[in-house]
Design a binder for this molecule. Structure first.
Ligand SMILES: [Zn+2]
Length: 551
């Protein structure tokens, strides 16, 4: 531990980030959830990872470095072998005749510094870097995936277990959510889904395909002699720094069997609404809504829009010992300590509706229903939120306003919808521009008019004829895509008195949307364009996910 909890506490209090009571709450939450206080401070948005690093380095009088913002050449980082860099969380980032500069999560580790210094015969200066920053930067060590596999396959006895392990390791390092292994006519194609987009990453000889599938079936305890029916399973794989749960799906297709592995990494557990990109104004509306002990908070969007992740972020904020939180999901995507999570199981007739009924007998305070997709579930959820429970759920609608008539379509009385729903979040995920290779570009108003209605453009750039926007040129860190990570674009509809009146009178979504905008709501498109101007994403990304039509 670099600094003691007492030191950390006085630092945080001295900087006025929270008060004494706030800090004890953080301490208790950290203890309950089994995280460190630093992790909890970042997770609860008290301070960003980077600013916490700066604060600590200031206090300890170590210089601070942000590796994400510099380029490190191979002859510098290769001073230390990858394995050691990974284990000891240290990366050499600069070197000249006078010495080498090391980024470390613990620059007080004298033994390690001496060892490195002795090995290279140069003095070493140490810099503090955050753990997150170092873990991202470790990617520079990576060999090309195809090269690695071509080498492996050349050996006379191909180690099948190693091939599958390597695939999962690479996928995890790339922060891929899914690995697809597809039989083609002539070869086997491996693709990773990264930031929501599928990338071809590897082509293997067709002769290996069946062996890889068999290995995956063995690991997930599926039948290896069954080739004609779909099979679902689970496996757990130990990686260098974590154990990862993987959901496996095997499907027979024309050319053989296709496998999709869904990586349920606990590394993704650090999400908060601020990290997800929610702006202050929207955050305030959501905070007010979850501060109530009853009513409903709905999150909407298509599959893959991150709507469940936002609900998880709220559940984690609400997760204290004095509250009983129960979820029913299909299935639970992340495990949250201290929360009772139930999986829907159609085989045992444990549906959303049946599960919800049982949960209500367990004296819950907060209930998360994975999705409302039928009138039975809608009815029970609304009733629960009327009788002193805070109910969180997701709906499959395109925008926030549409969720209200959708509930009425599911046979919920309009006055019940009006009196229970507190707030509706609608969202999409856009890819973030890679900060390492980001550059600026000037575009004209005419360019913008080709894609967007003039009233929206005038709102944003006013009388200007050109504006500066950003793009990623592609580099090693972002696999030459120009994008790294994702961020949400949001609209948050607060059910105010005026909106309640409109719902009760069975107005359609358009009327509700107009009133909400009148009352100051910004749409996903507005929020997306705001993020374009800030250099977080591109217009192409915002248009891709909001699919605005030319007017
Ligand atoms: Zn890049």
């Amino acid at each position: 531990m670099l600094i003691t909890n007492e030191q950390l506490k006085s630092l945080i209090l001295k900087n006025g980030l929270i008060d004494e009571i706030g800090f004890s709450k953080i301490e208790e939450e950290a203890k309950n959830a089994g995280y460190t206080i630093s992790e909890t401070l970042v997770e609860k948005d008290i301070i960003s990872d980077e600013n916490l690093g700066i604060l600590i380095s200031d206090f300890l009088k170590y210089p601070f470095i942000i590796l994400a913002k510099i380029t490190i050449s191979p002859d510098v980082f290769n001073i230390i072998p990858e394995r050691m860099a990974r284990r000891k969380k240290v990366i050499p980032f600069a070197k000249d005749a006078t010495g080498v500069k090391l980024a470390m999560t613990d620059p007080s580790n004298k033994e390690l510094i001496q060892m490195i210094s002795k090995k290279i015969g140069l003095p070493a200066t140490t810099y503090l870097a955050t753990e997150q920053d170092i873990s991202n930067a470790l990617k520079i060590y990576r060999e090309d995936l195809q090269d690695t596999f071509d080498q492996l396959i050349k050996s006379s006895e191909i180690p099948m277990s190693k091939i599958v392990d390597l695939l999962i390791n690479y996928a995890s390092q790339d922060k891929a959510s899914d690995v697809h292994i597809e039989p083609q006519e002539k070869d086997s194609l491996v693709r990773f889904r990264i930031d929501g987009i599928l990338h071809d990453v590897l082509s293997l000889p067709k002769s290996l395909h069946d062996q890889i599938i068999t290995r995956i079936k063995i690991l997930s305890r599926l039948r290896t002699d069954e080739h004609l029916s779909p099979q679902d399973g689970k496996m757990r794989v130990a990686l260098e720094d974590e154990e990862i749960d993987i959901r496996v799906s095997i499907l027979p297709v024309t050319e053989g069997e296709k496998a999709v592995l869904r990586l349920l990494s606990s590394k993704f557990r650090k999400f908060s609404l601020v990290d997800l990109g929610m702006n202050e104004k929207d955050l305030k509306k959501v905070t007010t809504a979850y501060g109530k002990s009853y009513g409903m908070i709905l999150s909407t969007g298509p599959t893959g829009s991150g709507k469940t992740t936002s609900i998880y972020a709220i559940v984690k904020l609400l997760n204290t010992r004095e509250k009983n939180i129960t979820t029913i999901e299909d299935p639970a995507e992340y495990r949250i300590k201290g929360v009772n999570q139930i999986n829907v199981n159609t085989k045992t007739n444990l549906t959303f509706a049946n599960g919800l009924r049982s949960i209500l007998r367990q004296d819950p305070n907060i209930i998360f229903v994975g999705e409302i997709r039928d009138s039975e579930t809608a009815g029970i959820a609304v009733n629960a939120s009327l009788t002193g429970h805070l109910v969180l759920s997701t709906l499959h609608t395109n925008d926030a306003a549409t969720a209200l008539p959708r509930l009425i379509d599911m046979n919920v009385e309009p006055f019940l919808v009006a009196s229970t729903v507190n707030v509706i979040i609608a969202q999409r995920l856009v890819r973030k521009i890679c900060e390492i290779c980001r550059s600026t570009r000037t575009i004209t108003k005419e360019d913008l008019l080709r894609n967007l209605p003039s009233e929206i453009i005038n709102n944003y750039i006013g009388e200007k004829t050109t504006i500066t926007i950003y793009q990623g040129n592609g580099c090693k860190i972002c696999n030459a895509t120009g994008y790294l990570g994702r961020i949400g674009v949001f609209e948050v509809l607060e059910v105010t008195k005026n909106i309640r009146d409109l719902i009760t009178k069975r107005n359609d979504a358009d009327v509700i949307l107009q009133k909400a905008i009148e009352e100051g709501m910004t749409t996903m498109l507005d929020d997306g364009l705001e993020k374009v101007l800030k250099g977080l994403t591109t217009i192409e990304e915002v248009l891709r996910v909001t699919k605005i039509q030319n007017k």
